[in-house]
Design a protein around this ligand. Structure first.
Ligand code: ZN
Length: 66
């Protein structure tokens, strides 16, 4: 597990974001983000966080995005 950057949007949504690796001083670094979702067990209240499209962010992670 690796800690990732969290961003909170104006409507209260929270996103996980990764940024393109730095390769030059004048580079515009691209970002990729995915909405952070929460699943709650209706019986005991146990909570898990997840993102819907983890495989997309994982592909960017493998390209060096952090
Ligand atoms: Zn439960």
């Amino acid at each position: 597990m690796t800690p990732l950057r969290l961003l909170t949007g104006g409507a209260g949504y929270t996103f996980v974001q990764v940024t393109e690796p730095k390769t030059s001083a004048l580079q515009f670094r691209a970002n990729e983000s995915a909405e952070l979702r929460v699943a709650v067990c209706g019986t005991c209240g146990y909570v898990e966080h997840f993102i819907e499209d983890a495989t997309r962010l994982w592909k960017y992670w493998q390209k060096g995005y952090r």
